[in-house]
Write a protein that binds this ligand. Structure first.
Ligand SMILES: [Zn+2]
Length: 223
């Protein structure tokens, strides 16, 4: 089997196996042990990888998400997908929003190989976290712990379903492609730079609304 040139290979710091990743993304995953290496920052960060201990259904089809635990309280968690959905976003909540908002899915976890790849590294996930929390891009985010978790999914008639949230998506829109290591995306995936620019525009819009509200409040207080 030939190895596509797009795959980045590195040695796993835990088992000395070969880490796999996507070009342009700073998160490498070990296919055989519960280890990931995030190289998006100045120095590499070794992450353990996890899955729910009592999965409703075990499956080789998995989606990876970051589970951030915030300092404000034990139950304060935020799920941010480490995969991407290609093409137009359908209306409704994303998988991360469903797991975060509806019942705050916070299962006991066990260390396990991730068994899927990622299209978002720790730095990109933190940018999304800041946006979701509505906080400025300076200073550390209020995170006490971050875990890289994969959730079992099912594919039926081309539709992927995550059983806990009931979230569904056309399976061929998930990137990196499910169960097809090394396959390039059917359409160009957003680059880290374009995602950062998009988030910056969104953050700017939020800041603008906050400034407007502050002005309005002042007028009210004067009046
Ligand atoms: Zn390993």
């Amino acid at each position: 089997m030939s190895t596509p040139a797009r795959i980045v290979s590195r040695t796993c710091p835990s088992c000395t196996g070969t880490l796999e990743g996507q070009p342009g993304h700073g998160l490498l995953v070990c296919p055989t042990c519960p280890t990931a290496l995030d190289v998006s920052g100045e120095s590499p960060i070794r992450l353990a990888t996890w899955r729910p201990r009592d999965e409703p259904a075990s499956s080789s089809c998995r989606l990876a998400l970051f589970l951030f635990r915030l300092r404000e309280g034990e139950a304060n968690i935020l799920w941010i997908p480490a995969f991407r959905v290609l093409g137009r976003q359908k209306p409704g909540r994303s998988l991360g929003e469903l797991l975060t908002a509806d019942g705050r899915y916070d299962p006991p976890l066990v260390e396990a190989p991730l068994a899927t790849r990622c299209a978002r590294d720790l730095r990109q996930a933190t940018a999304v976290l800041r946006y979701r929390l509505g906080i400025e891009s300076t200073g550390p985010p209020p995170v006490s712990e971050v875990r890289l978790v994969s959730l079992a999914c099912r594919i039926k008639s081309g539709t992927l379903r995550e059983p806990v949230s009931g979230w569904t998506c056309e399976a061929d829109r998930i990137w990196p492609a499910l169960g097809a290591p090394g396959v390039s995306p059917p359409t160009p995936a957003p680059s880290a730079a374009s995602e950062a620019a998009r988030l910056a525009r969104q953050a700017q819009a939020v800041a603008e609304r906050q400034r407007t509200w502050a002005k309005v409040k002042k007028v009210f207080e004067k009046g």
